[in-house]
Structure formats: C-alpha cells, structure tokens
Ligand binder design. Structure first.
Ligand code: AMP
Ligand code: GLY
Length: 427
C-alpha cells in the first residue's frame, strides 16, 4: 500500500513512524512534513490545506490510504473532496469537524445531547459578555469560537483580566475565530485525553493519556498546544473509562448521526476529572499533539490494518494491542512560545540520544537550512522514552532532553509528575 499522511508536526512524525512499520505498507508520503519526517517518508511539497492539489496528487500517485493529522484540512473539507474523488481517507467530513472547529457548535451539541460539560453562555458582543462576567464572578474561562491552535482559551482570575480578554477578542485578537465567544464555568480537577478511532456509532479506544497544556511547570503560564504527555494515565481508571464511554463517547457518536453528521476518524475528548465529575472541555476531530507521540510508542499492533478494517466496515474485529510499558513525551519549544519566538537555531544532540534505542525523537517545527537541522516553529521536538514505571520513563526521557541543544530551548521539567504522584499514593 501507499499511505499519505497530511500534516507537519510531531503528531504526524509519530504517525509516519508507526505507519512505516506496517507490513502492508510499501511507501509512506507526507504533505508537507518536517526535517524528521523527510528522513523516513517521501516529502510531498503541498500544503496540508491545499486540498485540491492533495487530491490530485493522491490520484496520480494511486495513494491507497490518506490519514489526516491536523484539524484545519478536515474543517476545510479534505475528506469530502477525497471521497468525492473516490479516494480512501481516514478523517471526518467538514460538517462533522464542526465539533472542533466551533466551540459554540460543540457546546450547544453537548447541551442538546446531555453530554457533561461546564455551564456556559455564548456571546457576540462585548457588553453582554461583560455583564455576564459581572454576575458570575471569577475565575472564569473565555474561549474564542473558532480554531486558534490551542491558544484561544483564556482563564481569567480577575474581573479586570476577564474584561480585557473580552475586549481583545471582540477587537479581533484571534481574527474571525473570536467574533463569537463562549464564556464558561471554571472547573477544578485533573485533565486527561481520551482518544478513539470512530466510525458512525462504533469506536475503538486508543490508550489513555495526559497532556500538559500550560507553558510552565506546575501548570502555570498561558495555554499552549501541549508541552508533554504520557500514556497510560492513572487518572482514567477502568471505572472512569466506562463512564467516559457511556456518558460521553457513545452519546457523541449517536448525537452526530442524529445531526446528520456521522463521524469517521479520530475523536478526542479533552476531559476535566474532578469534584464535578467528568466533564468535556473540548472535542478534537483528530489525534492530540503531543499525545500521539507516547500513544504510538505503545501501540504494538498495526495501525494501518486497524484503520483499513474500520473503513471497510469491520470495526468489530479491531483489537489494538498495547505495550504495558509507560511512554512519555517531552516537548522542546522555542523561547517565547506560545507568544513570539525566533526560528533558525541550529539543533544538536539528536543522534547522540537516539543511540539509546528506547529514545525516539519526533520532530515538530524543524527544517534543514544550509545542510543543518534548525528550529522552524514554536514546538520544535518531542523527545519520547518508555519505562516499566512512569518514573523510569520520566528519568530516561529527561536525560535525553538535557543532551539536545538549541538556542532558547524551553521545556517543562514536570511532565508525568501528576501521574507519578497518583501512582505512588495508590500503592
Ligand atoms: P480547550 O481548548 O477548550 O480544551 O481549552 C484549553 C485548555 O484550557 C484546557 O486544556 C484546560 O487546561 C483549560 N480549560 C478549558 N476549559 C476549562 C474550564 N471550563 N475549566 C478549567 N480549565 C479549562
Ligand atoms: N494536545 C492537545 C491537542 O492536541 O489539542
């Protein structure tokens, strides 16, 4: 088979890495990829959102399966176009991708189908939004309606901060994405990611994971796309997983069918688990980044075979096998991310750390300039390792992280700590 992966990040590098291991696969292509991906897949020099040209390429090259990494091509209709052209693709149609592309849509959907989520209101003007905050008080969560790369959510701890955020959003801080906003109740608890491969009313769970969204240790600083993740997470016990399936995942699949927007692809529920039970913070219509990196490190069975079975109506026989080791991924970011940052910094040390066969370094924003590997994005690399215990995986990954260098390297030092603490107190 020939498989095309669409996207440029660490998630896509992990998907390419895994897909390449499939005995069914002869050739892997990636549009457009990054310096790490180009070492193991054929570079397709087409932007992930240039849907017409991607479809043309897939037809000409006779691609047997396309897997979409990021949300943008999905919400711009890549699956609709590919299907119309008779191409096989794993990813939701445009209408179904609304579940991620519009927070207003997702919140209204959850309300309609009784899927647990924070109390909220939606607003299209500053005055009503401000008076709502005056009534509810703080902390309060303010979300731009549209896609903002994980950065369009602000937790305001004071009224001043809330008012300023509301003004900024309506003044166009996130462009079109913040013309409408959701303001919702602040939920206490611990976050976890629940991802499944889904098709119509059926699903196959992936391994559980936990991301770390804030840029600094101890969950401080602004939200990012994710600074590190590990799998599995002890926050999601078997009982909690059951509840997630029964109260969140299956009702979502059925609800989307009822809305005439059946799902087909990865579905990711971002959860808050705490005193108010299990609540959905957001849905994503794709795999998580960086969650994919540790999850793929643990998947022993063949991802391509699973996806083909799902697309061919044989989902009932899909039974992924997971390693019982813990896997962890730490993101190395550019100084300044998620705000402004510089690029073009030379990266060293990757070959050295990969001498340990348990270390796999996935690239996010990297490029080759003048023959040298350089930084080319906010998130630059995800360094992954595994271990018998989460602590062992953590110690191993950080030894590697310290040996990789580039100017302005920033990373969190506490990835996995919440899980380690929870596992220790469970003993
Ligand atoms: P979202 O993109 O909606 O998942 O929000 C991004 C991040 O903001 C989440 O991963 C949480 O860390 C935080 N967040 C979002 N909504 C809430 C909420 N209602 N209460 C507390 N934290 C939240
Ligand atoms: N890691 C969070 C996300 O992919 O949205």
């Amino acid at each position: 088979m020939k498989v095309l992966i669409v996207g440029n990040g660490g998630r896509e590098h992990a998907l390419v890495w895994k897909v390449r291991q499939s005995p069914l696969v002869k050739e892997v292509y990636c549009a457009r990829g990054n310096a790490g991906i180009w070492k193991i897949a054929k570079k397709v020099d087409i932007s992930p959102t240039d849907i017409e040209n991607l479809a043309k390429f897939a037809k000409e090259e006779k691609i047997d399966l396309t897997i979409v990494g990021p949300e943008q091509p999905l919400s711009e209709g890549i699956a609709d176009t590919f299907e119309r052209e008779g191409l096989v693709i794993f990813g939701h149609k445009k209408e179904a991708s609304m579940l991620e592309a519009s927070k207003v849509y997702a919140k209204n959907f959850m309300k309609k189908y009784n899927i647990p989520t924070a109390f909220y209101e939606t607003f299209d003007n500053e005055k009503d939004a401000i008076s709502f905050v005056k009534n509810t008080g703080t902390p309060i969560v303010i979300k731009a309606d549209g896609l903002a790369a994980g950065k369009g959510v602000i937790i305001a701890y004071s009224e001043e901060e809330a008012f300023q955020t509301i003004r900024d959003m309506f003044a166009g801080k996130f462009g079109e994405a913040s013309k409408r906003i959701v303001i919702e109740e602040f939920l206490e608890g611990e976050e976890a990611s629940y991802i499944a491969m889904v098709k119509d009313d059926k699903l196959v769970p992936m391994a559980t994971s936990q991301d770390h969204k804030r840029v600094f240790d101890n969950d401080r600083g602004p939200n990012t796309g994710g600074m590190g993740a590990y799998s599995p997470t002890p926050v999601i016990t078997p009982e909690i997983e059951n509840e997630i399936l029964e109260r969140i995942m299956y009702p979502t699949l059925r609800g989307m069918i009822e809305e005439g927007k059946p799902l087909s692809g990865f579905l990711y529920a971002g959860l808050m688990i705490g005193p108010k039970g299990i609540n959905v913070l957001e849905f994503n219509v794709r795999m998580g980044d960086p969650e994919t990196q540790p999850i793929m490190r643990r998947l022993k069975s063949d991802l391509v075979e699973h996806i083909m079975d799902i697309l061919e109506g044989k989902i009932d026989r899909v039974k992924p096998e997971w390693s019982n080791r813990y896997a962890i991924g730490v993101v190395l970011a550019s100084k300044g991310y998620p705000g402004k940052y510089e690029t073009g910094k030379v990266i060293t040390g990757i070959e050295e750390v990969e001498k340990d066969s348990d270390i796999v370094v996935f690239h996010s924003g990297t490029d080759i300039k003048n023959g040298k590997l350089v930084t080319a994005g906010g998130r630059v690399l995800t360094v992954t390792a595994t271990g018998e215990t989460l602590k062992e995986a953590k110690d191993r990954v950080y030894k590697a992280v310290e040996k990789i260098q580039f100017e302005g390297k920033h990373y969190r030092k506490d990835i996995g700590d919440k899980g380690i603490k929870r596992l220790q107190t469970a003993l």
